[in-house]
Write a protein that binds this ligand. Sequence first.
Ligand code: ATP
Length: 464
Amino acid sequence: PAEQAGADHSAEQPPEKANTADKWSEEKKKNYTERKYLTVEKADEVVWVRARVHTSRAKGKQCFLVLRQQQFNVQALVAVGDRASKQMVKFAANITKESIVDVEGVVRKVDQKIESCTQQDVELHVERIYVISAAEPRLPLQLEDAVRPETEGEEEGRATVNQDTRLDNRVIDLRTSTSQAVFGLQSGICQLFRETLTEKGCVEIQTPKIISAASEGGANVFTVSYFKTSAYLAQSPQLYKQMCICADFEKVFCIGPVFRAEDSNTHRHLTEFVGLDIEMAFNYHYHEVVNEIADTMVQIFKGLEKRFQTEIQTVGKQFPCEPFKFLEPTLRLEYTEGLAMLREAGIEMDFYILDKYPLAVRPFYTMPDPQNPKYSNSYDMFMRGEEILSGAQRVHDAQLLTERATHHGIDLEKIKSYIDSFRFGAPPHAGGGIGLERVTMLYLGLHNVRQTSMFPRDPKRLTP
Ligand code: ATP
């Protein structure tokens, strides 16, 4: 019924719902064009596009539509005396915003740039229009409000959308150019992480998320019922990535969900986030691993700069910020001097490492500093002054590991298989865990980790 629904443009017919994806005519397939390719090179050609109606404005005998595909949009003109009938203009004007339509039209070069669209040099003169899926007329939020910079809202009294409304209606909010860019860039971070570490000879591993012992201590772990007993949701892949090192995988990484039952209602804490984890055996000094991890971050920053300029600029229109700055090799400061420097002058760099934390503030599996047992061979990495990674050399001696676990009051019985992994020879190793949402947030200079989690989980939100 699709062809019927569309072929008749008469005003008596309301925009019909039609299930048509598989019923495209040969003609449609031949001329189908993606929005981003609608440029002057296509001038005077007849094309088909499938898109959402972003906005619609009827004026007398013509109707202007802005058609959107992801972050690309183009102006379309339905006009009596051009290519459309009077009924067709009326039909077009009645299509609700966000409906999905198929449109056939001629691409025309325009004299004056269309500033409000991404495709500024052309417009589409519409010949036929089909409604493929109509949106309900009342939208829970307006996309143009959802991309308005806060300052414009405050200074000019124009509407913006608050965070809860966005998150309650996340599917609509994710359609905005800003969200499309944020999650496009986030996908790029994972891709670059994978590419860089694979290039460095690491193996990508998968670790269990349902586990029998809390990897980071018992305080903030989710318990789940597990048949006749109970289990935990992994707070990190820590114990398992180390066991992979004991099993001779040498250099491993993984990307996966981690869970924290922390009642932290802050801009940087989620109860479920995506961990980017690394663990590597080393030969001489744990700084070999620190350098590899720092270089991985640098390769990610460089890749983002190179491949994601459009996304960075799109987000910057709504959330302006200074471009991300980093040095190569990365600035590394010792914890004690670093804190003093930060306090005094502030740090010019957006990305830096603090090394050698006090042993007391780190988890039981952290290697003490052999020169000064009050300190440890551990480090954090920071972006724009906020922590994005925690890491350390790990204890690889079963005896010392047992002592450290006991000192932290950990039930040895529960981590027996982990400790046993070190009894049959284990290479010195170090690693770290990175929070994907924090890296995305801080790279783009955003201010809330919920903006960079597609469907965020926090102490007060479990849906959508
Ligand atoms: P914080 O001190 O900020 O609470 P943490 O020291 O508990 O973090 P780790 O357990 O060391 O963090 O986790 C490693 C990384 O995982 C952090 O550097 C951060 O990027 C990310 N991360 C940790 N907890 C959260 C969280 N609740 N929500 C989002 N990301 C997190």
